[in-house]
Design a protein around this ligand. Sequence first.
Ligand SMILES: Nc1ncnc2c1ncn2[C@@H]1O[C@H](COP(=O)(O)OP(=O)(O)OP(=O)(O)O)[C@@H](O)[C@H]1O
Length: 276
Amino acid sequence: MTRSAQATGVSEQAPQAAGAPAAFAMTDGHVHLDGRPVLRGVNLRIEAGEVVAVLGVNGSGKSTLIRALLGLTPLSAGSAELFGVPPGRFREWWRVGYVPQRLSVGGGVPATVREVVASGRVARQRRLRPAGRQDRAAVDRALDAVGLTGRAGDPVGRLSGGQQQRVLIARALAGEPDTFVMDEPTAGVDAESQAHLADTLATLVRQGKTVLLVAHELGPMAPLITRSIVLRDGRVAHDGPAAPGDTGCHPHPGREQERPHAYDVAGGPIGSGTAQ
Ligand SMILES: Nc1ncnc2c1ncn2[C@@H]1O[C@H](COP(=O)(O)OP(=O)(O)OP(=O)(O)O)[C@@H](O)[C@H]1O
């Protein structure tokens, strides 16, 4: 295990003031895609400072849930809020670092690693102002955090899948947000990149950042997770603390692969009706 994955220590950030709005909230959220219900009556509230894993079988609606929380996929019914504001009216986008499942600048775009990471500063920069010293320093720190300083000048297309995932994480870090949303950051990622991610995540946890991540396999990130939400067929099947060693009837975030996919609250396997 990497050094900081073991250090799940106390947050360096002051606790959230009482009465502060949740980082994410959804009330009776429904999403239909192609006329099919994908999210069905989801209720959840994620406070600032929580480190939450969203688990579930393929097609259970994990990506759709986080996209809906960010306003990237519209709700067909119900409501969502980001820091107390509906996503459509939310303006403080610098507060949220989103790490999508895949790098989308790849195909033929000759952007360098540094350029992609620097794009994470956009929400922080004032319009039409060139990047300043602070921006460059933030990009340098982000590259260093994911171990890609030496690759900064390389086209991203030349990096491995795991390294490209680290570029996306660095892009989110560069914006210095207080909240991270990561969609399967370890999917198809090599062991070295997984260890880097666990290190980075441990640092974020120590800093008191809010983290919401979708994962199939938590691996070295498992000890950092404070809460797990399991989706089943577009509904929340489990929502509770992810205590290490708690293998009772609750899903254990780090052991999905041992028991094919997540388990439901009754301890039985989640139906595979929606698996792809
Ligand atoms: N743009 C879309 N149009 C139509 N259906 C979609 C769209 N995106 C996702 N779906 C469907 O919605 C369901 C939930 O997809 P989603 O990607 O949210 O699941 P997931 O739990 O994140 O799956 P995975 O683990 O495979 O990423 C799936 O059945 C999927 O096929």
